[in-house]
Write a protein that binds this ligand. Structure first.
Ligand code: DO4
Ligand code: MG
Length: 288
């Protein structure tokens, strides 16, 4: 059974619909089957098999270049895990002498760092703008593999995430983390949700980022998702401890790519984050 990709899309000012990716240029409109929301699909444990079966039906075909892809999220909260790659631990320890011990400890501790990131309605989708704070001097994207979790805390699929961050604010004092992480347009997700991939499949994927300024590349980085320190079920299980998510949740799993300290994003930059096995999420930067 092959992996399948789902998306949310809109044609003109029409209502958001759910699509099944047929090939690089075509999606199948699942609203013809009465499927209008992704969240309910994520509750099926055998979803990949059902989507494989649906792909053989005569569903209406929609050219991908005729739609606007939307962030693949409906009512879920977005949360994030931090310091899950060695590169992230090193960068945070260097950014702040004050907080170095905390980052060092959390990398090895059984309990992961988990933080709230965004409400669904605040998430930017493919082609939307992402924000850098006007009171920050050091802003970076964080390209991350994101779990799409159902209400039972099971991984229903994977998408591409950007955990936009203000490193000067985070570095000044650990207690400023929510301000460094949660502000307008600080989270982007998309373009697709890959269904039917195991942890081993996802660990074989490569995460890549390319940042361009006025058409010229200013930063490129790559990491294997296999370098993620924590097991996938462990991260999901901690999020769902003593906390329920009736609509499920999206969990960003941490960054393994950190631009050099001399780099900060500027308005107008374009950020492309690709994860093999999912797709490429592109956004341009605005000041918020
Ligand atoms: O505690 C700082 C944030 C860590 C983070 O977002 C990451 O490692 O990706
Ligand atoms: Mg992060």
């Amino acid at each position: 059974m092959s992996q399948m990709k789902l998306c949310r899309f809109q044609q003109g000012s029409g209502r958001p619909r759910v699509g099944l990716v047929a090939d690089d240029a075509t999606i199948l409109d699942l609203s013809a089957e009465g499927i209008d929301r992704m969240t309910s699909l994520f509750e099926f444990e055998g979803l990949a098999a059902q989507l494989n079966a649906l792909a053989t039906q005569n569903l209406p075909k929609v050219p991908l270049d005729s739609v606007k892809l939307l962030a693949p999220i409906e009512q879920q909260e977005v949360w994030a895990v931090g310091v899950t790659y060695l590169r992230s631990k090193k960068a945070r320890m260097e950014e702040s002498e004050f907080s170095a011990t905390a980052y060092d400890k959390v990398y090895d501790a059984p309990r992961p760092e988990l933080f709230f990131k965004a409400l669904a309605e605040k998430v930017a989708g493919p082609g939307d703008t992402v924000g850098i704070r006007r009171d920050a001097t050091w802003s970076v994207p964080e390209p991350e593999l994101a779990f799409v979790l159902n209400s039972r805390g099971h991984i229903a699929g994977y998408t591409v995430g950007n955990d936009m961050s203000s490193r000067d604010i985070e570095g000044e004092n650990l207690l400023y983390l929510p301000q460094a992480k949660i502000y307008n347009r600080s989270c982007a997700l998309g373009p697709f949700v890959t269904i039917g991939a195991t942890e081993a499949d996802a660990r074989s994927w490569t995460i890549r980022i390319d940042i361009e300024r006025a058409g010229t590349g200013v930063f490129t980085g790559e990491v294997s998702a296999g370098q993620l320190k924590r097991r996938f079920t462990e991260m999901a299980e901690y999020l769902f401890r003593s906390q329920s998510f009736p609509h499920g949740a999206v969990l960003l799993t941490g960054t393994g790519i950190v631009p050099p300290d001399s780099f900060t994003l500027q308005p107008g930059d374009t950020i492309s984050i690709g994860i093999t096995g999912i797709g490429v999420l592109e956004n341009s930067v605005v000041q918020v």
